[in-house]
Design a protein around this ligand. Sequence first.
Ligand code: ATP
Length: 217
Amino acid sequence: MKNDAIAIFGGTFDPVHYGHLRAAAEVAEQLKVSDFRLLPAGHPPHREGTWADAYHRLAMLELALAPYPDLAVDDREVRRSGPSFMVDTLASVRADAGDAPVLLCVGQDAANGLNRWHRWRELFDLAHLVIMTRPRSRPRYPQDLGEMFAERRVQRTRDLMTTPAGRVRQVEVTQLAISSTDIRRQLASGRDPRFLLPATVLAYIRKHGLYAQAAGA
Ligand code: ATP
């Protein structure tokens, strides 16, 4: 049976690829979440900027997910002006969710650097953290983050559903060593990244001439 949790998978999706999509599908299935949302970062403060504008990244995500109505796009950061902090985004998701669990899904590389996120400790007041395995990324936590995770770690999905926020669960997903950086590099050097991302997304990239200058990205 599905539960009433809301899952948020945030990212720059610059561009979205099958590593994101397969991980999203598997987490939604394993955690039995019917409300699963991929949420593109609007104006990410923790990176030096994105290559494609937010409206392009949103459009590519919508194309990728168009055949899969059980995986939704949440455009609240793209619609908001100013820097997007996950803590603010989660506060607004929490307002929608009421007392239902909110699950913030991040890959292992993102989890390793979570303590650099704005007001990161408050994330645990707002959501559970679901850490997805990712090729070439092992758990490597600074002490404060490692302690925070150790205190909150649970093994069963059930433990995420009995309380709205505050727990941490690791989820194994199929290891696809695909990254947006690699796709951008391929495009900038004239190679063809087909089969690493949906054909509809690649067609959009070509139509709009995206990532042609992304060498070294
Ligand atoms: P870039 O190469 O530009 O850093 P990326 O491929 O890491 O991009 P992001 O949009 O930054 O993609 O990632 C969004 C989220 O998806 C992050 O939490 C990241 O860890 C996770 N993620 C990205 N690619 C994969 C993958 N292949 N397997 C599992 N998780 C992934």
